[in-house]
Design a protein around this ligand. Structure first.
Ligand code: HEM
Length: 110
């Protein structure tokens, strides 16, 4: 129990990489984990909140999702992408999780 007025902060990056919720590969980059949606990817879906939650939830969430879907579908319908052999996997924790050495891609037009 918390006293009234106590502020509780949680670090999103910790919630998003907690092995008890995401499984033993929680720290691996594995977009396939979302094949069956968020509920298929983890045990407690309400702990996944990339846009925040509650009264201060991201105002641009729906716009951002639509923009990303349009952008990704345009890119995938025009180009094929594969990782360059020079790619070095190294996830770095900043404001968000970022690739420490960037992501070198080989891009071909279909
Ligand atoms: C992938 C893209 C985006 C991500 C991951 C993201 C994520 C977030 C997060 C985590 C917050 C804090 C929520 C909280 O305090 O609980 C936030 C707030 C906010 N975002 Fe975004 N955002 C994105 C795109 C956008 C876009 C495109 C806009 C505007 C067009 C936008 C406008 C805002 C605003 C105005 C707030 C402050 C809301 C408030 O404090 O009342 N965001 N966003």
């Amino acid at each position: 129990m918390c006293q009234s007025g106590v502020k509780v902060w949680s670090l999103l990056v910790t919630l998003h990489t907690e092995p008890e919720n995401w499984g033993p590969d929680a720290h691996k980059f594995n977009p396939e984990r979302f094949t069956n949606g968020i509920t298929g990817a983890c045990k407690l879906p309400h702990l996944y909140m990339p846009f925040g939650v509650g009264p201060r939830v991201c105002l641009g969430q729906n716009l951002a999702m639509v923009e990303l879907k349009i952008l990704i579908s345009l890119m995938l319908s025009n180009f094929s992408f594969s990782l360059s052999p020079n790619y070095k996997h190294s996830a770095a924790f900043g404001v968000v999780i970022e690739p420490e050495h960037g992501v070198n891609l080989l891009i071909n037009k279909w």
